[in-house]
Write a new protein. Structure first.
Length: 283
């Protein structure tokens, strides 16, 4: 049985709706998925309903944008959370409003660049056509591609979205872990090598995060090479941390499929039992 515990929908910066992602998972023979949108649980209900029809188990999840010491844009996955919790939803709504303001400012900056090049600006409605809940940078990239202003999504980021970026808002790490626990979930560090490629330093970071209550690390992902994955496996074992797996699928990456890691590695369902056990142990 194949799984994928890190997928993004159009409710954050993914290309597909939750229902479409369930259908893609079924086509890939993936039996368990988690829609882990950035600072949003808006797609969980739709995915759960579609999953019940398709025979796909959907684990409620989220990916929080977090700051830890000198590192910004660290990603923290929350699994098994109560996605209907009013207090949590209120916090997420504040992040949603700030995200919308940020993305609107990015679009304004991109349009200023386009006008300076003698090109027509992108209408916000054309960007929203690729989004669901709120626009994100990948949706702007797709609009640029549709207008043939760029050759690829990667080209869009290099030429426009990178230079026109606006800083994000972040959760403090301790607060993010505590909030995931409060809502009945477990906290897992996403694609750890995105924090640092220095494995000695990464080991120290993981140990510090465990001291704040971190439950696990995403050992199998599309950012880690075999030696890095082996390091993460060993680190998880030494610290008694959960191991999870996810593709970080957005639907815009070339050659990336739901349920597969780097170089086509399948994600093992044996990782599920310890994860579900930990979720059940939480109050």
């Amino acid at each position: 049985m194949n799984i994928d515990l890190h997928i993004h929908s159009s409710f954050s910066d993914g290309a597909f709706t939750p229902s479409e992602l369930v259908a893609l998972a079924a086509n890939q023979n993936v039996a368990v998925i988690a829609i882990a949108d950035h600072d949003s649980v808006a797609g969980v209900e739709e995915a759960t309903v579609a999953g019940a029809v398709a025979g796909i188990d959907v684990l409620p999840a989220i990916e929080l944008s977090v700051q830890f010491e000198g590192w910004t844009d660290v990603h923290l996955l929350g699994y098994g959370i109560d996605y209907r919790d009013d207090r949590f939803l209120l916090s997420l709504d504040g992040f949603r409003q700030r995200r919308e303001g940020r993305n609107d400012e990015i679009l304004e900056r991109v349009n200023a660049c386009l006008l300076a090049e003698g090109r027509a600006a992108i209408d916000r409605k054309s960007v929203l056509a690729f989004a669901r809940d709120a626009i994100g940078r990948p949706h702007i990239a797709r609009a640029l591609l549709e207008l043939k202003y760029v050759d690829s999504v990667e080209d869009a980021f290099q030429r426009y979205l990178g230079p026109c970026n606006v800083p994000k808002s972040y959760w403090p790490m301790a607060e993010a872990i505590a909030e995931i626990h409060r809502t009945g979930g477990v906290a897992v560090l996403a694609h750890p090598t995105s924090v640092t490629k220095d494995l000695d330093m990464l080991g120290s970071v993981i140990a510090a995060l465990q001291g704040l209550g971190l439950d696990g690390i995403e050992v199998y992902n599309n950012m880690g090479w075999p030696l890095e994955i082996e390091f993460l496996r060993r680190t998880a074992g030494e610290h008694g941390l959960l191991m999870t797996a996810g593709s970080d699928f957005h639907g815009i990456e070339q050659g990336l499929e739901i349920g597969k890691g780097r170089e086509g590695i399948r994600f093992d369902s044996a990782l599920l039992a310890p994860l579900y056990d930990r979720i059940r142990q939480l109050p």
